[in-house]
Design a protein around this ligand. Structure first.
Ligand SMILES: NC(=O)c1ccc[n+]([C@@H]2O[C@H](COP(=O)([O-])OP(=O)(O)OC[C@H]3O[C@@H](n4cnc5c(N)ncnc54)[C@H](O)[C@@H]3O)[C@@H](O)[C@H]2O)c1
Length: 274
């Protein structure tokens, strides 16, 4: 499998490069970062403390030519929303499959990307969380929400102080699962944070509180709290380190290359086997 990594020198990109550099089934043929990054020109294998791969980190300018030259089967992207929205269309237009983990992407991009995937026969996946346990957590949260009619629910997430978007993409996906289980649209039930002052829940109206904490080096905590009369349930997922996301993304890339035959967007349930 020939792989390109976008955000190769970022926290996620380095982990992914570290996993695949030791995998005999995978060859890193492209490694991209932002223009003027100090890592440009460094061998991606050397950057992550492994053997040299012969693939130097490049910037993502003039990307079409670079993708045509290195011909990956699949690309993994963990960058920033602006970069993904610029780079991903160029990649799929070349028929290259994509695993996108970047969060904060616009709905407009998602709609256009889906059409490009179908048109250029590049089965791909975009997911806010590639951890196997979190994907099971989402399934369970949906089932609990559907079973507990009339209970209040709140989603609380905590992440490191460098995180650019809030609330996390994962919290939004969890909130979307819960609102669907309630047969509602997320935009009709979501309440982002609670401002100072009177802010009671409206009786008889579905409301889903969503709260973000940004502190220290927290990798990623997500709690869903369901509260009914006299009792509550808390579901909690804690990511101890980012390797759970990185290994899930590599698993997804392998799935797309080996098994995804239809020109469409795939889901984490399909590619992670949850
Ligand atoms: N889906 C998941 O499971 C999951 C897990 C963890 C993080 N994330 C998301 O992944 C993204 C990256 O997270 P991180 O912690 O690795 O961030 P990071 O800041 O450590 O890395 C971001 C990388 O993007 C690169 N970049 C910026 N502009 C670029 C461009 N134009 N072309 C190519 N590369 C460019 C930067 O150079 C950097 O290497 C975030 O959106 C985060 O929310 C998703």
């Amino acid at each position: 499998m020939k792989l390109a990594i976008f955000g190769a020198d970022g926290a996620m990109g380095r982990l992914i490069a570290g996993i695949v550099a030791g995998d005999p089934e995978i060859q890193i043929v492209g490694a991209f970062t932002e223009p003027n990054a100090p890592t440009v020109g460094t061998d991606i294998g050397v950057l992550v403390g492994k053997k040299a791969t012969g693939t130097m980190i490049g910037d993502s300018t003039g990307l079409d030519k670079k993708i045509k030259a290195c011909k990956p089967d699949v690309a993994i992207d963990f960058t920033v929303a602006k970069a993904t929205e610029e780079n991903a269309p160029v990649v799929v237009k070349n028929g290259v499959k994509m695993v996108i983990g970047t969060t904060g992407l616009s709905q407009e991009f998602m709609d256009d990307f889906k059409l490009l995937v179908e048109k250029h026969n590049a089965p791909s996946i975009v997911a806010s969380n590639f951890a196997v346990g979190m994907n099971l957590f989402m399934k369970v949260a949906g089932e609990v929400a559907a079973a507990l009619e009339g209970w209040d629910a709140e989603v609380i997430e905590a992440h490191h102080n460098r995180k650019k978007d809030a609330p996390s993409g994962t919290a939004l996906t969890i909130a979307d699962v819960i609102s669907k289980a309630w047969d509602k649209k997320l935009e009709d039930v979501a309440k982002y944070g609670r401002p100072k002052g009177p802010c009671p829940r409206k009786k008889g109206t579905a409301e889903l509180g969503i709260h973000a904490i940004r502190a220290g080096d927290i990798v990623g905590d997500h709690t869903v709290l369901f509260a009914g009369p006299g009792e509550r349930i808390e579901l909690k997922h804690v990511a101890h380190d980012r390797s759970c996301f990185a290994s899930g993304a590599v698993k997804a890339a392998k799935f797309l290359v080996a098994s995804a035959k239809e020109p469409r967007m795939y889901s984490t349930r399909e590619v992670l086997g949850v």
